[in-house]
Write a protein of this length. Structure first.
Length: 224
């Protein structure tokens, strides 16, 4: 990890928006961090790969539909994003660091917890397509999300989703870390590989290394 910064405190509120935006930028992983973390197979993309708003979502009830769209379309007061891709374009890693109004990050994390607790599946509308998203039960997820969550910040939430028809499913694993009014979003996107396959092993290795690198930089933790 390169130099980390402490997270915001109530006393930081007098700093200028420009200074605070730069402060957030310094919490993102950069190309310079990749080699020292053993992520030589990844390069930083010129622009974030996931800047667009999420598509409309439909849950099992009207109330959960409203929750899904509120949670996934939540807008931070300030946000910076970056993305990385491996050499054969099979894995994309998106990272975002945001700062929200006082208390808003806590509310957003509560919404996301409710999504994963109450929505085992939902659909996304992309053009004329309806894509099914299924949440992997944490007990069945080899990335052991419940253990990962205990490692980071004031609170953390990690879940894996499978999107699309069987045999062509994309896999999306997201880690959310909250520290005060700031939040880290770290998302891994790839095809869903068979357990034990080279693709699954490669994704597991990359995920492990990014999970060591990105949250530590966000939280301002020392090397080692």
């Amino acid at each position: 990890m390169t130099k980390g910064n402490s997270v915001s405190t109530p006393g930081d509120s007098q700093s200028s928006p420009t200074a605070r935006s730069g402060d957030l930028e310094r919490l993102l992983v950069t190309a310079a961090d990749l080699t020292s973390a053993g992520l030589d197979d990844f390069t930083q993309l010129a622009s974030p790969s996931s800047d667009e708003d999420p598509p409309p979502m439909t849950g099992p009830t009207p109330e959960l539909t409203a929750l899904l769209n509120r949670a996934f379309n939540d807008k931070a007061a300030r946000e910076v994003r970056t993305s990385f891709m491996n050499a054969d374009s099979s894995i994309v890693v998106d990272e975002g660091v945001s700062e929200r109004a006082a208390g808003a990050a806590v509310s957003w994390m509560a919404d996301m917890r409710q999504v994963y607790a109450e929505c085992a599946a939902w659909t996304m509308s992309i053009g004329d397509q309806e894509i099914t998203v299924q949440v992997v039960d944490p007990a069945d997820d080899p990335s052991e999300p419940l253990k990962v969550e205990q490692r980071f910040g004031d609170e953390a939430l990690m879940r894996t989703m499978l999107a699309g028809p069987v045999g062509q499913q994309g896999q999306i694993t997201t880690l959310l870390v909250r520290q005060g009014d700031r939040a880290l979003e770290l998302t891994f996107r790839s095809l869903a590989g068979e357990p034990g396959s080279p693709e699954a092993a490669r994704l597991a290795t990359a995920t492990s290394k990014f999970l060591d690198l990105a949250p530590a930089k966000f939280l301002g933790l020392p090397n080692g």
